[in-house]
Design a protein around this ligand. Structure first.
Ligand code: 5AD
Ligand code: SF4
Length: 467
């Protein structure tokens, strides 16, 4: 009999990838993915620990799930609640104490052991326990990548593919080196095989994922290691793979091979998320970022020399311990000099166990809020300007999903902008049956002329269908 698993994903794209793999691993054991937690045999919360609110959201979700679990128990049914991901890794035993409704806790590196964990939980339950107590937050030597099947059904023309995981950089604010462990790169051959399978299913755009993706150094099958630039060239050879993106990169690992991939490899998209976190050398040093602002500018110059239309994005943290007005002004100055297409900014949030969390000189909350608002206003201005500059340009858009308006499809430009395209007046907009309008365009790469540009999206008019 088939069982239902509901997986709720928080945080980064790597968690989205991991959630899909968990679904794959459970499928042969009779579990079908369900959109709702109601009546699910297993609910997995795939959690994020990067900032405070992320973990708090998980606890409130468990509170809601407990009610459903209790209702189901009253009807003689069982729901297992599993917490996976980075909160599980960082706070597993504490979570089990704090929330007795949790049956299982598994870290990001043990997903392939889910079926065994379920078996253990089932044994405990039939042994009479109300909740099972199964915990696995190892960093096993045999990696999950060696075990995880990747047979997800096709769900769109753009897919994620994890190529690297973990981080050895130890920025002083960050939990990732503790929750995801040491840097690990998958072999080139495994990645090419997975990408080839995805393309065979109809995927045309792949985003390579890694906490430190450009530190990638996977086995090249010839006794050496390949850099990310070399990996991108290997993937570019796959027929039908039209777009390659990668995230997230560290400024120190932007080597020439990668920079030149942006110049030479047509499928390597002209967009780069290159977090700098702060524009002040003093703060960069306290963050252990291992580069100065001038070094960051130099990386940006090399990239723009190789690919002049490259759109840049970044992450910023405001209110890092000890950050003065002058430090913050240096961040604003850096933003003005680089000119971003978009960027994410966050208030510093002390993460337990990280060096920065115990620095005495924490910045007051109201100062953080005020700085965040100023930084976001500047970033927003640049984003609007970038989008407005697209008006009148013709570009390729990969249509990925339906919009809210009838006949509207939404896709991404090469620069990762969201583009709304009305295909209702186009030839062959209706498919043969006529009852599923515009499906002929879904998943396709089209050429559009940009006619409007808002802060968060563009509007494009169809010029031609490419494929
Ligand atoms: N506080 C605030 N922001 C953080 N980030 C990581 N750790 C923290 C923290 N402790 C941000 C960084 C990182 C992004 C994924 O999250 O900007 O690049
Ligand atoms: Fe965290 Fe720094 Fe590693 Fe990025 S490079 S994952 S911010 S420790």
């Amino acid at each position: 009999m088939s069982k239902k698993v509901h997986i709720k994903t928080y945080g980064c794209q790597m968690n989205v990838y991991d959630s899909k793999r968990m679904a794959d691993v459970l499928k042969p054991h009779g579990y079908e993915v369900s959109e709702s937690a109601d009546d699910a045999d297993l609910v997995i919360l795939n959690t994020c620990h990067i900032r405070e609110k992320a973990a708090e959201k998980v606890y409130s979700e468990i509170g809601r799930l407990r009610a459903t679990k209790d209702e189901m128990a009253a009807e003689g049914k069982n729901m297992f609640i599993a917490v996976a991901g980075c909160v599980a890794q960082a706070e597993g035993p504490e979570m089990m104490r704090r929330a007795p409704a949790i049956d299982m806790v598994l870290g990001p590196q043990t997903y392939h052991r889910l079926p065994d964990m379920l078996k253990a939980a089932e044994e405990q339950r039939t042994g009479g326990r109300k909740s099972a107590r199964v915990l696995d937050t190892d960093f096993p030597v045999d990696t999950k990548f060696d075990h995880l099947p990747t047979d997800s059904d096709f769900d769109g023309p753009a897919a994620f593919l994890t190529v690297q995981e973990g981080c050895d950089k130890f920025c002083t604010f960050c939990v990732v080196p503790y929750t995801r462990g040491a840097e690990y790169s998958r072999p080139v051959a495994d990645i090419v095989a997975e990408a080839t399978r995805l393309v065979a299913k109809g995927v045309v755009e792949i985003t390579l994922l890694g906490q430190n993706v450009n530190a990638y150094h996977g086995d090249d099958g010839q006794g050496g290691t390949a850099s990310l630039g070399a990996l991108i060239r290997a993937l570019d050879a796959i027929d039908g793979l039209e777009r390659i993106r990668y995230t997230t990169s560290h400024p120190r690992d932007m080597d020439d091979e990668l920079v030149f991939a942006h110049r030479d490899v047509a499928s390597c998209m002209p967009y780069l998320h290159l977090p700098v976190q702060s524009g002040s050398d003093r703060i960069l040093d306290a963050m252990n970022r291992k580069h100065t602002r001038e070094e960051y500018f130099a990386v940006v110059d090399r990239l723009r020399a190789a690919r002049p239309d490259l759109a840049l994005s970044s992450d910023f943290i405001v209110g890092f311990p000890g950050e003065t007005d002058e430090d913050f002004e240096a961040t604003l100055d850096l933003v003005r000099r680089v000119n971003y297409a978009q960027a994410y900014s966050f208030k510093y949030s002390p993460r337990p166990g990280t060096p920065a969390s115990v620095i005495e000189d924490q910045v007051p909350e109201d100062v953080k809020s005020e700085r965040l608002a100023r930084l976001q206003a500047l970033i927003n201005e640049q984003q609007v300007a970038f989008n407005e500059a697209s008006i009148g340009k013709t570009m390729d858009v990969l249509l990925e999903r339906e919009g809210k308006m009838p006949g509207q499809l939404i896709g991404r430009s090469p620069y990762l902008q969201s583009v709304h395209v009305d295909v209702s007046k186009a030839d062959n907009a209706l498919d043969a049956a006529g009852d599923k309008p515009y499906s002929g365009y879904m998943g396709k790469m089209v050429r559009v002329m940009i006619v409007e540009g808002g802060p968060n999206s563009l509007k494009g008019e169809l010029v031609s269908t490419l494929h």
